[in-house]
Design a protein around this ligand. Structure first.
Ligand code: SAH
Ligand code: SF4
Ligand code: F3S
Length: 442
């Protein structure tokens, strides 16, 4: 008999990608996805712990479901997976006793076994760490979200231990997936109609460093994927600044399917703060890397991440972040206010914590700077001809609009009555707003 599963996914693309894999496994064992929580036999929350707020959100979601179970659905099964699960393991049971299973990020491939055990009445915690990347995968189907872009992870985990970041504790050491496994996933996604492949990892430019038996790095992977027949685009995120090699930039420039887009988080514009964050570069080094990428790849879009209010950050140091965004002409940046995380080094520097109101004020100023630069960057493209891969078609204020992305990751809105989703079309850019460009079909 088919049962129904609902998964609430929080956090980054890694978690979204894990959800696609878990839904694939579950479908193999007769669980069908439902988008309606009330209809589900199995409810799961795929959690993120990057900030305290995301962790709190996970427990409040569990609380709601726990109440349903207690009040009138005793047979309901509830599970927690993702980064909070990996980090808290058994401790989840004391905080949320109605939870049937805790499944860490290292163990997603034991999900079928976990489901069998909870259905037999057991309470299960599977959170042991593993050093394996692909060896424990079992070739289950992947239920990818319907879209033009397929996310394919190439590395798991991270070795960098930035002092603010919990990811090395929730995702473990860096492990590269085998090239043949990745290439098969790319071919499957293309056969399913996907038009864009985004290679995913915390630090994609260190891909392959852990292979003992071969010298096979990201540039080689890009070459092998580019050689696959068909009209599609290739992207890769996230790049750690000092792991970007000349070979990688040249390869990205020379391969026709690889797009002109780099996501290179800087985190702070101040060399002193960068050092305290344990980032392995200073402001000048970052500047040189960005300059090199811009010089070698015309029209490249470079995006970044920044943290406001890191412990000990002075007003002057914060201003260095604002000036970095201007000086390096960063096209867009994700920004966050610093949130202390359990186990991390910086969380112990309580005497240097920045008061919430100052952190918040810096966060707002950072947002304004990002908006200003985004518009500036978009204005450069007015009058230009660009190729757009259409991703969506919808009605807006009585008009039909296609939206999609250029090769260099700019969003374009194209008024047109025909649904062009999945097509590559050439447009002339007729205007620029903060978050998107306007285009006319040529
Ligand atoms: N591997 C990527 C980032 C992964 S986490 C890199 O090295 O850049 C995504 C982003 O979350 C980070 O870039 C950082 O800006 C933010 N972040 C991580 N830990 C944080 C914390 N404790 N408080 C606030 N923001 C944080
Ligand atoms: Fe976190 Fe740093 Fe690793 Fe990125 S590189 S995931 S910020 S520890
Ligand atoms: Fe991603 Fe959040 Fe985990 S950002 S890796 S889901 S802590």
């Amino acid at each position: 008999m088919t049962k129904k599963v609902y998964i609430e996914t929080m956090g980054c693309q890694m978690n979204k990608s894990d959800t696609e894999r878990m839904l694939g496994m579950l479908s193999h064992f007769n669980y069908e996805e439902t988008k309606i929580q009330e209809d589900a036999d199995l409810l799961m929350v795929n959690t993120c712990s990057i900030r305290q707020l995301s962790e709190d959100k996970a427990f409040s979601q569990l609380g709601v479901w726990g109440k349903w179970k207690k009040d009138n659905k005793p047979d309901l099964k509830i599970g927690i997976c993702g980064c909070v699960a990996q980090q808290k393991a058994r401790k989840v049971f004391s905080r949320a006793p109605y939870v049937d299973f805790v499944l860490g990020t290292h163990k997603i491939y034991s999900l079928p076994d976990v489901i069998r055990r909870i259905n037999a009445g057991e309470r299960v915690c599977e959170c042991e760490e593993t050093n394996l990347a692909t060896a424990n995968e079992k070739g289950y189907p992947i239920n990818r979200v319907k879209s033009t872009n397929a996310w394919i992870n190439i590395t798991e985990g991270c070795n960098n231990f930035c002092t603010y970041c919990i990811v090395p504790y929730t995702r473990g050491r860096e492990r590269s997936r085998l090239p043949e496994v990745i290439i098969k996933e790319v071919k499957d996604a293309l056969a399913d109609g996907f038009k864009e492949i985004t290679l995913l990892g915390q630090n994609v430019d260190s891909y392959g460093k852990d292979f003992k038996d071969k010298n096979y790095r990201l540039a080689q992977l890009l070459r092998d994927i580019n050689a696959i027949e068909g009209n599609f685009r290739i992207r890769f995120v996230t790049s750690y600044p000092t792991d970007i090699t000349d070979e990688l930039i040249e390869t990205a420039r020379d391969l026709d399917k690889v797009c002109e887009y780099f996501h290179i988080p800087m985190q702070s514009g101040s060399s002193r703060v960068l050092k305290a964050m344990n980032r392995r570069y200073d402001r000048e080094t970052y500047a040189k890397i960005v300059e090199k990428v811009r010089k070698m790849i015309p029209d490249v879009t470079i995006t970044s991440d920044f943290i406001a209010g890191f412990p000990g950050e002075t007003e002057e140091e914060f201003v260095e972040t604002l000036t970095a965004i201007d000086e390096f002409e960063l096209d867009y940046s994700n920004v966050a206010a610093y949130s202390p995380r359990e186990k991390t080094v910086a969380a112990k520097w309580t005497d240097k914590f920045i008061p919430e109101d100052i952190k918040d004020e810096r966060f707002q100023r950072l947002n304004l700077k990002v908006q200003e630069n985004c518009l500036k960057s978009n204005l450069k493209y007015v009058g230009r001809e660009m190729e757009v891969l259409v991703e969506n078609f919808y009605e807006h204020k009585g008009k039909m609009i296609n939206t999609g992305k250029t090769r260099n990751f700019k969003t374009v809105h194209i008024p047109c009555d025909k649904d062009l989703t999945g097509q590559f079309i050439n447009v002339k850019i007729s205007g620029a707003k903060t978050w998107y460009l306007k285009g006319k079909i040529l």
